[in-house]
Design a protein around this ligand. Structure first.
Ligand code: NAD
Length: 413
């Protein structure tokens, strides 16, 4: 199996051949612009000092500051963070945002840590990367197992070191501290928008369409709820331990409330418990992988029965699986388009922070809808025109844009 970075590079190489990317730019874009590895010594509640390893990788800053989430997970490593930073470059370019891509993370087991331990680790990690972040330099945001509270600690730590309050250093903050209305739901909302767009093109009626969602977190949970509200029948939902299935559809708000209150899928009377492998193979119209990368691989792709896959997660489909799905005629809306709602509203948040002037939620959701619809249209039309997958189309449009910026700016010195 390829690593996530090998997958990302193979994808870039394929696109480079397709768009005849200039060799020097291609070589440059295969690498990160900057990568920082840091030690994060943290006092644990029992008095011990644990030393975690953290990363911040900036892939390309041709359009402006770099942007990307911070992940806390036991599998975080430089390879993964670099691949995710690269994906962020393509995502921002595809959406036409004035950003390059970055990503960060700390290898830890956040679910086994107390709030105090998480706060001390976050503050030390922020101090260690303080040299390369800032509102005009590199702007972190939440990702897997980080949230608004994590961003509040990062903002406070950065601000304390600067001696002034700098809300624009991170996005995905609490609204009280300069966060944007609508940011919490923006990735899932964007997933729901492009799902509706793709369903319309594929003539899958959204009302009554069956949907399975892997991951009930910030992305999956919100997408499931909004699609349920839009009239879809969300029949399956899961988390890292497994999920639930009911062919008649789940009452998503009720299920999410139960989980938020600490309940388990197994305690719900709403349906049958299923494994994640079973969830991916459900007989549904639409499948939304919204957990971690690599969920759909060579070993399970042929069991997928959905007509449409909308990638809520980053990198959920391995290249080998992509080929199997294409062979079966399954449409895949790629991550850099499908989950771009998060970085788009992060951009809105940053703009609001820089101006200290805040917008109404309807305005934010409307602007998000417009940008997502326009990006969907560009990708859909380019894929049809070039007779390629939506992934290749989205990547081609993004890489072309970045390459053009490199060409026009020229090579320094
Ligand atoms: P989250 O921490 O809120 O939720 C992650 C979900 O995945 C949880 O329900 C967890 O139980 C589940 N999960 C973890 N390991 C799993 C496994 N092995 N099998 C099945 N499920 C598993 O994270 P999130 O913010 O919802 O992020 C999910 C994905 O979306 C990630 O790939 C992330 O990079 C991507 N993403 C997030 C955002 C954002 O704004 N949060 C934006 C773009 C992309």
């Amino acid at each position: 199996m390829l690593t996530m970075l090998e997958e990302a590079l193979a994808q870039l190489d394929q696109v480079a051949a397709l768009i005849k990317l200039e060799e020097g730019v291609h070589k440059r874009l295969r690498r990160a612009q900057r990568a920082l590895i840091v030690s994060v010594p943290t006092r644990m509640d029992d008095g011990r000092v644990e030393v975690f390893e953290g990363y911040r990788v900036q892939h390309d800053n041709s359009f402006g500051p770099t942007k990307g989430g911070i992940r806390y997970h036991p599998d975080v490593n430089l390879d993964e963070v670099t691949a995710l930073a690269m994906l962020m470059t393509w995502k921002c370019a595809l959406m036409g945002l004035p950003y390059g891509g970055a990503k960060g993370g700390v290898r830890c087991t956040p679910t086994a840590m107390s709030q105090g331990e998480l706060e001390r680790m976050t503050r030390r990690f922020t101090s260690e990367i303080v040299l390369i972040i800032g509102p005009d330099l590199d702007i972190p945001a939440p990702d897997v197992y980080t949230n608004e509270q994590t961003m509040a600690w990062m903002m406070d730590t950065y601000s304390m070191q600067r001696g002034i309050t700098v809300p624009g250093v991170v996005t995905g903050k609490p609204v009280l501290l300069g966060g944007s209305l609508g940011r919490r739901e923006s990735t899932g909302r964007g997933v729901a928008f492009v799902t509706a767009d793709a369903a319309r093109e594929l003539r899958i009626g959204l009302a009554g369409a069956t949907v399975a969602v892997q991951g009930k977190g910030n992305v999956g949970g919100v997408a499931a709820r909004l699609l349920h509200e839009a009239g879809c029948r969300v029949v399956g939902l899961s988390d890292s331990k497994g999920g639930i299935y009911n062919s008649k559809g789940l009452d998503i708000s009720r299920v999410l409330r139960h989980l938020q209150e600490g309940g388990r899928f197994a305690d719900l009377p709403d349906g049958d418990t299923i494994t994640n492998a079973e969830l991916l193979a459900l007989p549904v119209d639409i499948l939304i992988p919204a957990a971690l990368e690599g969920a759909i691989h060579e070993g399970n792709a042929d069991r997928i029965r959905a007509k449409l896959i909308v990638e809520g997660a980053n990198g959920p489909t391995a290249a080998a699986a992509d080929r199997i799905l294409e062979g079966k005629g399954t449409r895949v809306v790629p991550d850099i388009l499908a989950n771009a709602g998060g970085v788009t509203v992060s951009y809105f948040e940053w703009v609001q922070d820089l101006q200290f002037y805040f917008w109404r939620e309807e305005e934010i959701n409307q602007r998000l809808k417009e940008l997502m619809a326009a990006a969907f249209r560009r990708v859909w039309d380019y894929a049809a025109e070039q007779k390629v997958s939506m992934r290749l189309a989205a990547m081609s449009l993004a890489v072309k844009r970045v390459a053009e910026a490199h060409r026009v700016r020229g090579l320094y010195p």
